[in-house]
Design a protein around this ligand. Structure first.
Ligand code: MSP
Length: 506
């Protein structure tokens, strides 16, 4: 039986259209999913949409639609974008689906029956025109932060989750599992937050109706984060424990942005503890993108629209840039200049040029029929070894979610390949028929190194690697076994590769 690997992205709110921040997490999840499949895992990759709550209800009212009409319309934009970005998810969950609503009702009821959800009273500052509760610290000069009108102290009946009860258990879990929350800096933030003390959490609302009703008390709507977080198990068929739930839960990694870490590293694990379910193995929070040095926001009109980037630069260039430019876990800045530089140097010059010049030589000197390698010299051995070592290095970096370092390791082999060709100068070898054996070995070595490189790169740049592998005559599905040196057989037909990435104007 194959080992399993379950990876998730957040489910995205449908009150906003997809932007580069959403694309970022989803591409990272896709790389992980593709890589693990390639390494022989039975992978489940989940993404989806978060469709309930007051925000969506309000956006729908503004648009003159029902919340479901709005969700149906916006969810298509997410799905179409994932299709264009080559996202290979196994499932797409919408929180308005029956399978989800059933599962949420069930887990809420379980915790209620165990006594860790109880009915109480919620008291906070309420803005009547906005129908929103605000905490003391959210108020701006004692007024509503949204509309600036006066607020009043109001009591509302609410269900509470006994989160305080799980404080010590959660701390103990975080401390016993150093990899549970990553990166480390974020883990420390969560530890301090939990140590400050967990308060019981209000998990129902009566001020709006767009959501999942509390079982047995339909006047209450289940808090949107309780609803949303549960998607990670309802998508697996929970409460049915026999199918995908039994197979894939607990999740190997929840990929999220840093702004929603507390929900994933405090709320979600304590909900699961209360329900008696296993906790996620890992929660990894990535950083945020600014745009040309500024916070991305609708009001600044600088929201980067992924479809526009794909039109302009191509899908794999976008995927590459997102994961190469900034270490996963840190904040980064998006700029067109930086993207164009990456395309021209890393993609067009390095990987593209290496493939087109080497396949062109195979066609020119060997009529496109791959010759066998004979005796390997030190230089050939060195490229072979570098390629083999890269495979191991990438594996280690991917496990650390260090996508940028993994790409750097791949690019070291690509640079070494270009240098190898310059040093071996096949064009000189070709002039002397006595050196044809040597020429054959050089040809084999440089093409085999690239075959392995593109097998691994297929996790990052699927469309590009598919083209590259086709011109290298590799028609097998990528696999762990296929990463071993010597996969290409003499006699394979090599065809000249077209430029993988056209150079762009700076
Ligand atoms: N619906 C919730 C998540 C529920 S998960 C059970 C939500 N949705 S969201 O659509 O607002 O945001 C989803 C993700 O986009 C978050 O992980 C967030 O960090 C990410 N990003 C939003 N803006 C971003 C950037 N500017 N940069 C990087 N990621 C950003 O939150």
């Amino acid at each position: 039986m194959k080992p399993t690997f379950y990876v998730t992205t957040p489910i995205y709110y449908v009150n906003d259209v997809p932007h580069i921040g959403h694309a970022y997490t989803t591409v990272a999840g896709d790389v992980l999913a593709r890589y693990k499949r390639l390494m022989g895992y039975d992978v489940y990759f989940l993404t989806g949409s978060d469709e309930h709550g007051q925000k969506v209800e309000k956006a729908a009212t503004t648009a003159g639609e029902t919340p479901l009409e709005l969700a149906d319309r916006v969810v298509k934009r997410f799905q179409a974008l994932w299709e264009r970005l080559g996202i290979s998810h196994n499932d797409f969950i919408r929180t308005t689906q029956e399978r989800h609503k059933n599962g949420v009702g069930r887990i809420f009821k379980d915790i209620l029956e165990k006594g860790d959800i109880y009915l109480g009273e919620y008291e906070d500052w309420y803005c009547t025109p906005c129908e929103t509760f605000w905490t003391e610290t959210q108020l701006i000069e004692g007024r509503c932060p949204d509309c600036n009108r006066p607020v009043e102290k109001l009591k509302e009946e609410s269900y509470f989750f006994r989160m305080s009860k799980y404080q010590e258990q959660l701390l103990a879990h975080i401390e016993a599992n150093p990899d549970f929350i990553q990166p480390k800096s974020k883990r420390n933030e969560i530890i301090s937050f939990v140590k400050e003390g967990l308060r019981d959490l209000s998990v129902s609302r009566t001020t709006f109706s767009w959501g999942i009703p509390v079982p047995g008390n339909e006047r209450h709507i289940i808090y949107v984060w309780f609803d949303a977080l549960t998607n990670y198990i309802t998508a697996l068929g929970y409460p049915d424990e026999t199918g995908n739930y039994g197979r894939y839960w607990p999740v190997d990694v929840h990929l999220i942005g840093k702004d929603i870490l507390r929900f994933h590293a405090v709320y979600w694990p304590t909900f699961l503890m209360a329900a008696g379910l296993p906790l996620p193995k890992k929660v990894f929070a990535h950083g945020w993108w600014t745009v040309e040095g500024q916070k991305m926001s609708k009001s600044l009109q600088n929201v980067v629209e992924p479809n526009m980037l794909i039109d302009k630069y191509g899908v794999d260039a976008v995927r590459y840039f997102l994961l190469r430019e900034v270490p996963f876990g840190l904040d980064g800045d998006f700029s067109h200049t930086a993207l164009v530089q990456r395309i021209n140097s890393d993609l067009a010059n390095d990987v593209g040029n290496l493939l087109s010049r080497s396949t062109a030589m195979a066609v020119k000197y060997f009529d496109g029929i791959l010759p066998a390698a004979t005796l390997l010299t030190e230089a050939d051995q060195a490229l072979k070894l570098k390629t083999e070592e890269m495979v191991a290095t990438v594996d280690k970096f991917i496990d650390e979610m260090a996508f940028s370092k993994a790409l750097q390791a791949i690019w070291e082999v690509i640079s070494a390949g270009n240098k190898y060709i310059d040093d071996m100068a096949p064009w000189t070898l070709a002039k002397d028929p006595a050196l044809s054996g040597r020429l054959a070995t050089v040809m084999y070595t440089m093409l085999e190194s690239q075959r392995i490189t593109h097998c691994i790169l297929s996790a990052f740049l699927p469309a590009t690697s598919e083209k590259a592998l086709a011109s290298l005559g590799w028609n097998e599905a990528v696999s762990k076994e296929g990463l071993a040196w010597g996969g290409l057989k003499a006699g394979t037909t090599i065809t000249k590769a077209e430029a993988l990435f056209p150079r762009m104007e700076e």
